[in-house]
Write a protein that binds this ligand. Structure first.
Ligand code: PAJ
Length: 292
């Protein structure tokens, strides 16, 4: 694996791969890598060569009171993990390379960016869309891979790619979980042992929603009640939001009749965790497929 630190060099390497008619796959990350990240690489390797990954802790997507300075930075271990996963090129720019003095252009995906995560974290999706557009412009991949763990994020990035006529296809990959159901996240490292045990409550709440759906419930309020009851029974958890939303608009729905998400954001102490259950009606029978 080759590590590239400058935009010029990264553009040059990608240009060369394109000149050789190779299919470029791209996996952007903020590092502190876990099996959720390497699963994106594995998926990219099925479709593409070379696979390019990036590690950049993007200051513009953190709020002033958020964890930018304490976000885990484990670059040596990350480098080993990406190399072992089969990444061909690692793009590892400094903040000044991405945001030189005088930087002043931002991307806003309107509507979608204001809800749920966007409401709890003002400016977050503007920072995400801006850095992802920059990275996609630098690498110009054929495919870029994102996790469904951040369902609203990948929906916003897909919208941006469509709105701005990007030549990259955005691919959504399944959530990777710990054996006890907790979705892998770089932020899980912040949890105390006690919080870590309690953090399974997100998955337990979504599993209960799934059982309720399997029993025939399609009413959102009923589902929300089931989810909240489980979350609120956990003394270490404080619910930020727990909603049933349309998978396209991220607006609340009254009934599950189209693809939807049950989305959760929960504080475990100071650590904010998110998770979701994706629901897809199949045919006209009212049956659902679940992605948990
Ligand atoms: P980061 O949190 O490092 O995540 C990088 C990618 O890994 C995202 O697409 C995310 O959805 C995916 N991912 C994280 N945990 C996952 C899990 N448990 N299962 C499957 N996929 C998972 O998301 C970001 O970085 C940033 O916002 C970024 C897109 C890189 C822009 O800065």
């Amino acid at each position: 694996m080759e590590t590239i630190r400058t935009i010029d060099w990264m553009k040059q390497a990608a240009r060369q791969a394109r000149a050789e008619s190779r299919i470029i796959g791209f996996v952007p990350t903020m590092g502190a890598l876990h099996a959720g990240h390497t699963a994106l690489v594995q998926r990219a390797k099925q479709d593409c060569s070379p696979v390019i990954a990036s590690i950049f802790v993007n200051p513009k997507q953190f709020g002033p009171k958020e964890d930018f300075t304490k976000y885990p930075r484990t670059i040596e271990a990350d480098s080993g993990k990406f190399s072992a996963a089969g990444v061909d090129l690692l793009f590892l720019p400094e903040a000044t390379e991405i945001y030189p003095a005088g930087f002043g252009s931002y991307v806003t995906v309107e509507g979608l960016s204001d809800r749920l995560e966007g409401r709890s974290r003002p400016g977050h999706f503007r920072g995400v869309a801006t850095v992802v557009l920059k990275l996609l412009e630098i690498v110009q991949p054929d495919f870029a891979y994102f996790g469904r763990k951040d369902a609203q994020q990948v929906r916003i990035i897909s919208q941006m790619a469509r709105d701005l006529n990007l030549d990259t296809e955005i691919v959504v990959c399944p959530i990777v979980r710990e054996p006890d159901g907790l979705a892998l996240s770089s932020r899980n490292a912040y949890l105390s042992a006690e919080e870590r045990r309690a953090a399974t409550v997100l998955h337990r709440a979504l599993t209960a929603a799934k059982a309720e759906l399997a029993a025939g419930t399609r009413d959102s309020l009923r589902l929300q009640t089931v989810i909240r009851k489980i979350l609120e029974a956990e003394p270490l958890a404080a619910v930020d939001y727990a909603e049933i939303v349309d998978a396209d608009t991220f607006e609340p729905v009254a009934r599950i009749a189209r693809p939807c998400y049950a989305v959760l954001a929960v504080f475990m102490g100071k650590t904010r965790l998110i998770d979701n259950l994706y629901l897809e009606p199949v045919g006209d029978s009212g049956e659902l497929t679940y992605h948990l």
